[in-house]
Design a protein around this ligand. Structure first.
Ligand code: PLP
Length: 453
């Protein structure tokens, strides 16, 4: 039936037709169970999203209760529901108290990370139109960045595979250099020197295009899908100074890093960012309900509010914006994260994941780099790490290893930009579960060797 009826996202049709699907049946905690009854540790937490782990009855109960109470209520024309109001208030409090960002002023809801970034894309235009700066519209993203797949967010994404066949990116989106020192730093270049070069590239782009044409810069605190790239020394402070100098907004895409992934509540706090817009999704509901949030700063909000009597309604929003069931699930999810100390757990066990992976694999000839922050870790493969020689095109070592890992009972993601396997397990994972997963993964790397020689 799958072969005959289902069109899978981000999947090779050829592979699906040849191999069929892998069907999963149930899940609990950090473990998935396949249709054949095989148990796998999900070191990806789905798509970096099941932060509280699988099968939490608290969230199921919250959803069931919310469906009984008020199965649907939109937010158009000033309508509202109690869960959506409470969630907006709670997110602002979290940003104030846990992210060092008391300047965030309002919350707009959507249903996915992509639509949150589309909202950001449209908001920066709206804001500059209202400010009488109609030429200031371009958005700078980064090569290797991932911001979603819709027309606008897919354009912000900086990975060719998401562009070429769809005639993206759209006009008005620019991509500056990818901040990944390990792979893109030059021989002999220090990390500081590399940051200098990235900043010079950004400044050159702004000078070339004209600062009066550039509205915003979008960044993930740690680039996820690109390959788990931690910002090089001093990067964000330097970027922020450039943006300030040229009146350019900062959009922080926290779709992965939000809600504890880094062992802190938000990447905004972890990297002391000063966002104008923050995109959130995934961990907001631990993916038990599709929901996103765009948090906007007082500087944007005050312009929108001041001009509102003249402009009329803000003509953007989705049927499911602030869905009361999603909001109730998000509130119950935040309760769980707080009550069980899952952010603290991520901070405690994240270094253990990184250390055990390094102990097991750092000396492996094909493992170029192992890096991470909190429970967001990546392993980058190389044919020869001394010379940083890549495997020949088409070899895809990370896909070979991920396939063996599945056979060994552990799920890792094979990413689409550089040959990287990522690890982003539920924040509830224990050290013992990490040890088992790393043992299985290491065995998979060993088993993959023959195919990669
Ligand atoms: N932004 C980031 C940083 C992401 O990692 C993702 C998804 O992986 C998105 C945006 C897009 O989210 P969605 O798939 O919910 O549209």
């Amino acid at each position: 039936m799958d072969r005959a009826s289902l069109f899978h996202p981000v999947t090779s049709i050829h592979d699906q037709q040849t191999n069929g699907p892998q069907i999963y049946q149930s899940a609990s905690g950090v473990e998935l169970v396949s249709a054949e009854g095989k148990r796998l540790i999900d070191m990806g937490a789905g798509l970096w999203c099941v932060n509280v782990g699988y099968g939490r009855t608290e969230l199921a109960d919250a959803a069931a209760q919310a469906m009984r109470d008020l199965s649907f209520q939109h937010l158009f024309g000033g309508a509202a529901s109690e869960p959506s109001i409470r969630l907006a208030d709670r997110l602002l409090s979290l940003f104030r108290e846990r992210a060092g960002a008391p300047h965030m002023a309002r919350v707009f809801f959507g249903t996915s990370g992509s639509d949150a970034n589309d909202t950001a894309f449209k908001l920066v235009r709206y804001y500059n139109n209202l400010r009488g700066k109609p030429a200031k519209k371009k958005i700078i993203s980064r090569i290797g960045g991932y911001h979603g797949v819709t027309h606008a967010s897919g354009s912000l994404t900086g990975i060719d595979g998401y562009h070429k066949a769809f005639d993206l990116p759209v006009d008005g989106v620019l991509h500056t250099s990818c901040p990944h020192y390990f792979t893109f730093g030059l021989p002999g270049e220090t990390e500081e020197g590399y940051t200098n070069r990235l900043i010079a590239d950004l400044e050159d782009m702004i000078a070339r295009e004209g600062a009066d044409t550039i509205a915003a810069f979008i960044a993930e605190p740690i680039m996820g899908t690109g390959g788990v790239f931690l910002p090089p020394t001093g990067y964000f402070e330097r970027v922020q100074a450039v943006l300030d100098r040229h009146d350019i907004l900062l959009i922080v895409d926290e779709v992965i890093t939000g809600f504890g992934r880094l062992g802190e509540w938000f990447g905004t706090g972890a990297y002391r960012l000063r966002p104008d817009i923050v995109s959130l999704a995934k961990g907001l509901t631990s993916a038990y309900f599709p929901m996103s949030a765009s948090i906007i700063s007082d500087r944007i909000w005050s312009v929108l509010a001041d001009k509102s009597a003249e402009t009329g309604a803000f003509m953007h929003g989705f049927t499911y914006s602030g869905h009361p069931v999603g909001a109730a699930v998000a509130l119950a999810n935040l309760d769980l994260i707080e009550r069980e100390g899952l952010v603290e757990n991520a901070a405690a066990v994240g270094p253990h994941l990184l250390d055990t992976l390094k102990q097991a694999l750092a000396d492996h000839p094909f493992v170029g780099d192992i890096r991470g922050h909190g429970l967001m870790v990546g392993i980058e493969f190389m044919a020869d790490k001394a010379t940083k020689r890549q495997f020949p095109k088409g070899t895809a070592p990370h896909r070979v290893v991920a396939r063996h890992a599945t056979q060994h009972g552990v799920l890792t993601r094979a990413l689409p930009f550089l040959p990287v396997n990522s690890f982003s397990p539920p924040l509830s994972i224990t050290k013992t579960q990490i040890d088992i997963a790393v043992e299985r993964y290491s065995a998979a790397v060993k088993a993959a060797e023959a195919e990669l020689m």
